[in-house]
Write a protein of this length. Structure first.
Length: 277
């Protein structure tokens, strides 16, 4: 699906806006307050695949007709599209109430479904916009210092510590590894983050992080939690694993640690359907 989506994005002329230093320093995500005309087309493609699957969910089923009418209606180039406006509102953290009312869908249901519909589109948007080599624009020169996503503003679902980097041309160790990155499951972006700081409290909360491991043979899996605000984020140390896992799948695969965290009254940095008890 990603390949076809990338093409739809290119056809619609969609790509991430260039990073502006000042906006990034102020902690404004790339897509916050940005109009995305044309995103209706890839959203429609994704909804065509996802809506039939979501129809089985109890909360969604009664609204299926209205949801289909909204998401699957034809995209008419050059005309204002409520799907464009909905994507923009979601990414700016604004409420979708007015759009929901206009299209006759319950606002909570619309927001819930839109999260699923938007996510693959944003993944493709990040993928087509990444430089072919080198760092992501938000990692260059430490441009982005926040604990939430530089692209879509969501909190990370999982963190990871990188492996030692070998510079193949010069055959010396370019980096010792162990640098921390955060991963956003909403859009697929990864970004560097200070190891000792809390993604929720911010970069000022240095030295507040503790590590919770369940056992010795944990394959680098652990929770990094904050002693100040009690939020946690599952984290994997890739130096302790042979293969690089799919991070979105691993976040779900570390559910056993989410349960340990719930018993300790810690709260997930990014609540998901599998870590809210
Ligand atoms: Zn994101
Ligand atoms: Zn904190």
């Amino acid at each position: 699906m990603t390949v076809a989506l990338s093409q739809t994005l290119r056809d619609a002329g969609l790509h991430l806006p260039a990073l502006e230093g000042e906006r990034a320093r102020q902690g404004v995500s790339l897509l916050a307050g940005v109009a995305l005309p044309g995103i209706a087309a890839p959203m429609r493609d994704v909804a065509g695949v996802l809506l039939p699957l979501m129809g089985g969910m109890q909360a969604v089923a009664p609204h299926m007709e209205a949801l289909q009418a909204f998401f699957l209606c034809p995209v008419e180039p050059g005309r204002e599209d409520a799907r464009d406006a909905l994507a923009e509102a979601m990414l700016a953290g604004r409420s979708a109430d007015a759009i929901a009312e206009a299209c006759g869908v319950d606002a909570d249901v619309l927001t819930f479904v839109t999260g699923f519909v938007l996510s693959p589109v944003l993944h493709a948007l990040v993928a087509v916009s990444m430089p072919e080599s080198g760092e992501a624009p938000w990692d260059e020169g430490g441009a982005w210092q926040e604990g939430y996503c530089p692209v879509c503003g969501a909190f990370p679902t999982i963190g990871w510590l990188d492996r030692p980097m070998l510079d193949e041309k010069n055959a010396y160790l370019a980096g010792g590894g162990g640098k921390k990155h955060l991963h956003c499951s909403m859009c697929g972006a990864d970004w560097k983050f200070l190891r000792g700081a809390c993604p929720s409290c911010g970069k000022d909360a240095s030295g507040t992080m503790e590590i919770l491991r369940e056992s010795e043979a944990a394959h680098g899996e652990r929770l990094d939690w904050c002693t100040r605000c009690k939020s946690y984020c599952p984290t994997v140390d890739l130096r302790e694993r042979e293969a690089v896992p799919n991070l979105d799948a691993l976040a779900l695969g570390m559910m056993h640690l989410d349960m340990v965290a719930a018993r300790r009254q810690l709260r997930p940095l990014r609540p998901s359907f599998w870590n809210v008890y």
